[in-house]
Design a protein around this ligand. Structure first.
Ligand code: NAP
Length: 229
């Protein structure tokens, strides 16, 4: 892996991934909205920045050219298929063998075998309804985007993040195929470690066609699971 593209580079998750990708010696191309280019000032001499909407196919075509890996922050902003448009553009223009890593939340299910608590399900329903009402975010579009990814023949991994917090890295998160697994019970991950999992997945072929749900490796549920094993 030599050259990677980070789609959504200026956000919190994106900036962590930029730093970690540079630390690993990758050449980095970042895509972010024109108005957010300044957020990447700390990296401007070390990365190529392509300003533009992440669901603009022409922007993505230019950004992913020659990349071995693409890290995409999937965000369901607005009501114009931002997530699904971004995912489609990445899958269409990435090289066939490129590793594609997408971020999302636990609410995404790949095989329907996730077991959610009633409070989590209620929370997602309320957020989805409220967000659609004010037309700022369309969470269902992130669901559509992930269905498109799951159905594709690209070399994808969809990383499903738990609740997030800031703080120093605790190390690579642990993961499970299904929500409801006791290892995930703590439902918290440091955002910097979410980024670490995404970047590490680039070189981990065992994660191809997996949708790992992650949790911090130092959380009580992760430690308890380690003790049992
Ligand atoms: N937040 C959570 O609790 C949580 C939990 C689990 C999973 N996740 C997942 O983690 C990933 C990162 O989420 P995050 O919450 O941590 O946010 P984040 O990393 O700060 O990323 C937010 C992204 O959305 C972009 N954005 C913001 N407003 C926008 C708008 N109006 N139109 C278009 N793009 C806009 C930002 O770009 P600019 O820099 O241009 O603003 C940035 O790229 C997502 O895939 C999310 O599903 C989040």
């Amino acid at each position: 892996m030599k050259k990677v593209c980070i789609v959504g580079a200026s956000g919190k998750l994106g900036q962590y991934m930029v730093q970690q990708a540079l630390d690993l010696g990758y050449e980095v191309v970042g895509v972010c909205r024109q108005k957010s280019v300044g957020k990447l000032d700390a990296f401007k001499d070390r990365i190529t920045i392509i300003p533009g909407a992440t669901n603009n196919p022409e922007i993505i075509k230019q950004a992913v050219a020659g990349c071995d890996g693409i890290l995409t922050v999937l965000v369901p902003w607005g009501m114009q298929q931002y997530s699904s448009g971004t995912a489609q553009a990445v899958m269409e223009y990435a090289a066939p063998k490129a590793r594609l890593i997408f971020s999302c939340g636990w609410h995404i299910t790949m095989d329907g075998k996730d077991i959610y608590s009633s409070s989590f399900t209620l929370l997602i329903k309320v957020i989805t309804w409220l967000a659609r009402l004010i037309r700022v975010v369309d969470i269902d579009d992130q669901v559509v985007a992930c269905r498109q990814i799951f159905a594709s023949k690209t070399q994808w991994t969809v990383v499903r993040g738990s609740g997030l917090e800031e703080g120093e890295s605790q190390g690579l998160p642990v993961w499970s195929r299904h929500i409801g697994d006791p290892i995930l019970k703590s439902n918290i991950t440091r955002r910097i470690d979410f980024a670490l999992f995404m970047v590490s997945a680039l070189e981990n072929d065992k994660l191809i066609h997996e949708a790992p749900a992650i949790v911090g490796c130092k959380t009580p549920s992760a430690i308890a699971a380690e003790t049992v094993a």
